[in-house]
Ligand binder design. Sequence first.
Ligand code: ADP
Ligand code: ASP
Ligand code: MG
Length: 493
Amino acid sequence: MSEEFQQGRPSIVVMKFGGTSVEDAAAMKRTAAIVTGRRDRGLRPVVVVSAMAKVTDQLLAAAAAAGKDDRAGAIALSAKLRERHLETAAELVTGTRFAALSAKLTQEFDALDDLLRGIAAVGELTPRTNDLVVSFGERMSSRMVAEAFHEAGLEGQHVDARKCIITDANYGKAAPKEDVIEARLLELVLPLVEQGSTPVLGGFIGSNEDGITTTLGRGGSDYTAALVGGGLHAGAIEIWTDVNGIMTTDPRICPDALRVKTISFEEAAELAYFGAKVLHPATILPAVQKSIPVWVLNSRNPANEGTRITAMAPHCSSPFKSIAAKKRLTIIDIVASRMLMSHGYLKAVFDVFDRYKCAIDMVSTSEVSISLTVDSNEQLPAICAELGKIADVKYEGRKALVCLVGEDIRGHNGIAGRVFSAVSHVNVRMISQGASEINMSFMIDEEDVEEAVRSLHRVFFADPDTSIFDVAADAAGAAQALPAATPVSLQER
Ligand code: ADP
Ligand code: ASP
Ligand code: MG
């Protein structure tokens, strides 16, 4: 084993730029300037990019339209995307490089149109084909960003991420095969770094071992960055987005949210899982396994220090670091008067969820009933019908989970009292604390979320610990990052 391998490759930094950081030619040029800054510091960047902002949603809409036999609607959506990409390309490069890039993009869009026509002809959209349609977003953005880098003198080299990110065949939410990924990265990406180029990969997309395109789930480009960082044993992973870092809550709900300077892996993972969109929930794992520090940074305000995610959190005088909220949940109440505690009963209940691959967020039991919450999904009627064979079942949608996260909950008494008096005007359905010692969460109606989060934020961040929270700069940073001056509802995003 080489010495470099044993120590990792500290000069490699994996930099992931989200949709807003590559939303147009100006954003791509800003991205190139940020990457140049890292190279000027002697670092060797490997770049992962999302699709241009909103493109993934539009591709999904095109696929859905084709699946419903709306061929014209699907092709019209694709035509708009074609125009946007070609216009952006024209602002990025000129001459023969523009000719080559536009020819490539045209070829990709022609293939997309053929695919959409095919879906419309068959009249059926399978998860596999859906992944193929949606993969075009990152395939094209990564080519364009590589060109923008070339223009900026960065020797950008496009790498088709599907050759490196090898996954299982669980379309829509494929699980990566880390050993194979590491081998592919060493074969296809490391040599480019060593020759002084800047590799650019699309996030989110991969392929199974038969070469069929897969995706890692919504928001999955963060996960790609962590897989690439882990596979290359990088010195750091940087997640560049449109806010100053991980904040005390979503600044779209609370414009006076503060930047959290340092947060632990465990806290960040908990926040991500319970709805903080700033990070994909699976991002943390590959980084933890290899002890690679992760940073969350603002591509519109690159001078800001961002948030550093580390193995250990420094002590914080407030119990919580941040408040997350997750909408579109359903509560299922399962009532079985005599059998609940009988042998094998709970297993039978959970087996039903397992068969439908339906993840459960929260569980609470009483003598006769189990209440649990799941992401709202189309399979719920079938799941509940099956549960109905062994119990009385009711379910109710439009629920949301509010989750307060912090390792310092442990040392504080009377926290629950403060939390629930802050939301005393809201109808709280389920409460959980204890399963994870670092979070306290409760379930409410979806329409109460914004108000509940703002009340909690007022109570718990009125007197912030300045060693952990950035009190000075963030009002300006958050405002700059947000085009909307007024808080918007999560639903509108
Ligand atoms: P990207 O396209 O860069 O991946 P995302 O939209 O996925 O960006 O994530 C960034 C968004 O996450 C922010 O604009 C913000 O509205 C939202 N967000 C939710 N919770 C938080 C939080 N605790 N801290 C920062 N941002 C948050
Ligand atoms: N483009 C994908 C999405 O919108 C992946 C990502 O941006 O992380 O979900
Ligand atoms: Mg994201």
